[in-house]
Design a protein around this ligand. Structure first.
Ligand SMILES: NC(=O)c1ccc[n+]([C@@H]2O[C@H](COP(=O)([O-])OP(=O)(O)OC[C@H]3O[C@@H](n4cnc5c(N)ncnc54)[C@H](OP(=O)(O)O)[C@@H]3O)[C@@H](O)[C@H]2O)c1
Length: 246
C-alpha cells in the first residue's frame, strides 16, 4: 500500500465529495496530500485529521479556484511543505443550472474560471516544480460528451473544454513523461448531485448499471492514474459513468 510513497499530491476541492475520497485514497497509497477548500474549513480539517489518524501526511489550504493568485499559491505552499508536486488532481468544480437566457456573464466567468481556467493555471504552476514522470489528472464529466439534461449549458461547455486542455497538455508534457488525463464521472452521489432526488431517479434510468457511482469509484480510477501502472496512458478521456454514455 505504498506505491505513492515519497510522492506529493495536490487535490483541489478535497473537503467533500469526490475530492475527499481522492485525497484519502492517494494518502492511503503513501502520498503526502495538500487538499484545498474554499468554504468548508472544518470539513477540510476533518479530512486532514482522518488521513493523519491513518498514518498519512496532509495539509488543508484555503484557495478559491476563481482566483489565479490563490491557485498559484496552493502550488507554492505545497512545495514549501512537502518539497515537490508529483501529482496534480484538478477536482474542484461548480455547476450553475439555469435556462440559457437566465445565465449572466458572471455565471459564465464563474463557471469557466473555477472549472477550466483554474486547471490551466494550476497546471502551469505545478509543472514548474513537477519532476519527470509526474501526473496531471482532471475531473471532467460525462457531460463533456453528452448534454444530459436542460439548463446545464455552461457546465457542459466547461467540461468539454477540459478535453482540449487535457489533449494539448499531454502533447506538451510528454517529453517529460508527465501524463495528463481526464476522468469523466457520471452521476455520483455527492452534495452536487444527491442520489435521492427525482432527477437522480431519471438519471438512473439512463444508466445500464442502474445506480449512482460512489466517490470511491472515482477515487479508484484517479489512484490508478496516479501510479506507475498507468505510465503509458496520456491524453486520454476516461469515462466512469455506469454506462450512461454507452
Ligand atoms: N457528483 C457528480 O455527479 C459529478 C459528475 C460528474 C462530474 N463531477 C465533477 O466532479 C468534481 C467533484 O464534484 P463533487 O460532486 O464531489 O462536488 P461537491 O460535493 O459539490 O464538492 C465540491 C468541492 O469543490 C470545492 N469547491 C467548490 N467551489 C470551489 C472554488 N471556487 N474553489 C475551490 N474549490 C471549490 C468544494 O469546497 P468547499 O467544501 O469549501 O465548498 C468541495 O470540496 C467536480 O469537478 C464536478 O464537476 C461531479
Amino acid at each position: 500500500m505504498s506505491k505513492l510513497k515519497n510522492k506529493t499530491a495536490i487535490v483541489t476541492g478535497g473537503s467533500r465529495g469526490m475530492g475527499k475520497a481522492i485525497a484519502k485514497a492517494l494518502a492511503a497509497q503513501g502520498a503526502n496530500v495538500a487538499l484545498t477548500y474554499v468554504q468548508s474549513k472544518e470539513k477540510a480539517e476533518n479530512v486532514v485529521a482522518e488521513i493523519k489518524l491513518a498514518g498519512g501526511k496532509a495539509i488543508a489550504i484555503k484557495a478559491d479556484n476563481a482566483s489565479n493568485s490563490d491557485v498559484a499559491a496552493v502550488v507554492n505552499e505545497t512545495v514549501q511543505n512537502f518539497g515537490s508536486v508529483d501529482i496534480l488532481v484538478n477536482n474542484a468544480g461548480i455547476a450553475i443550472a439555469k435556462p440559457l437566457n437566465d445565465y449572466t456573464i458572471q455565471d459564465y466567468e464563474d463557471t469557466m474560471g473555477v472549472n477550466v481556467r483554474a486547471v490551466f493555471v494550476a497546471a502551469q504552476e505545478a509543472v514548474k516544480h513537477m519532476p519527470d514522470g509526474g501526473r496531471i489528472i482532471t475531473i471532467g464529466s460525462n457531460m463533456g460528451d453528452n448534454a444530459v439534461s436542460e439548463n446545464m449549458t455552461l457546465y457542459t461547455a466547461s467540461k468539454s473544454a477540459l478535453q482540449g486542455l487535457t489533449r494539448g497538455m499531454a502533447r506538451d508534457l510528454g517529453r517529460r513523461k508527465i501524463t495528463v488525463n481526464l476522468v469523466q464521472p457520471g452521476p455520483v452521489d455527492t452534495d452536487m448531485n444527491p442520489g435521492n432526488t427525482e432527477l437522480a431517479d431519471f438519471l438512473r434510468t439512463r444508466m445500464p448499471l442502474g445506480e449512482y457511482g460512489t466517490t470511491e469509484d472515482i477515487a479508484a480510477m484517479v489512484s490508478f492514474l496516479a501510479g506507475d501502472e498507468s505510465k503509458f496512458i496520456t491524453g486520454a478521456i476516461l469515462t466512469v459513468d455506469g454506462g450512461f454514455n454507452a
